[in-house]
Design a protein around this ligand. Structure first.
Ligand code: ATP
Length: 220
């Protein structure tokens, strides 16, 4: 059965923590593709989000050389908050006989019980949780119980049915976060080697992380 990874995020900006995680999960799980799904209106975020056209441009530049990576714009097309459950329902309708794996960092997974209609997610997709620096899989509570009852014992189980399993996969841990990148770029610190150079060039050209009153640097 075909098996695709769904990697949602604000990608403001996309960085090597996202890219390396998606790459390792695609290899280890032999995913047919990874669809990056940039969020339209993140339901949780208080800070202003960079316009979707700029986030898309950065994402497209970052994945241009990797044929197994594609962008899925459905959340940008939908008005209102971007709920993952709606995204998975629409992907399930489009791909009725494909295994769908929602790829999540451990921090995102631990946040799951705050997501809209989160209990429905496993009806539409598998959950694949990548270890993120500093996080441990929960053993107790709502998520601990959920893991116990749905956890896979082998990767191949992800292709045996279209949804409903939880798989935990360790990935190379890169301590990069978009929030920290935005903060350091505003403080004048170059993010070289934390994100692709072509993404940095877009950041410089669009001034998207400059404070409104700041002088901005031109692309060299
Ligand atoms: P922000 O700091 O703005 O919240 P972020 O860097 O956490 O951003 P998001 O776009 O919110 O990135 O995250 C999208 C997905 O990528 C989430 O599932 C998150 O857990 C995962 N992720 C983010 N950073 C990393 C990282 N360094 N390593 C592995 N996964 C990551």
């Amino acid at each position: 059965m075909r098996c695709i990874g769904i990697f949602g995020g604000t990608f403001d900006p996309v960085h090597y923590g996202h890219l390396r995680t998606a790459f390792e999960l695609r290899e280890r799980l032999a995913l047919d593709e990874v669809r990056f799904v940039p969020c339209g209106q993140p339901p949780h975020r208080k800070e202003r989000v960079t316009p979707s056209a700029v986030r898309m441009e950065m994402l497209a530049a970052a994945i241009a050389d990797e044929p197994g990576f594609v962008i899925d714009e459905r959340e940008l097309m939908r008005p209102g908050p971007s709920y993952t459950v709606d995204t998975l329902a629409s992907l399930r309708a489009e791909f009725p006989e494909t295994a769908l794996c929602l790829l999540l960092g451990m921090d995102a997974f631990l946040d799951l019980p705050t997501w809209h209609d989160w209990r429905k997610l496993l009806g539409f997709a598998h959950l694949v949780v990548a270890h993120r620096p500093g996080w441990q899989a929960p053993r107790e509570g709502l998520l601990g119980t959920l893991i116990k009852s749905h956890r896979t014992t082998a990767v191949r189980e992800l292709r045996e049915r279209v949804a409903g399993s939880i798989h935990i996969e360790p990935v190379t841990q890169l301590e990069v976060s978009s929030t920290e990148l935005r903060r350091s770029i505003r403080a004048g610190i170059e993010p070289r080697y934390l994100l692709p150079d072509n993404v940095w060039r877009i950041i410089l050209a669009s001034h998207c992380y400059a404070a409104p009153h700041e002088e901005t640097t031109e692309v060299s």
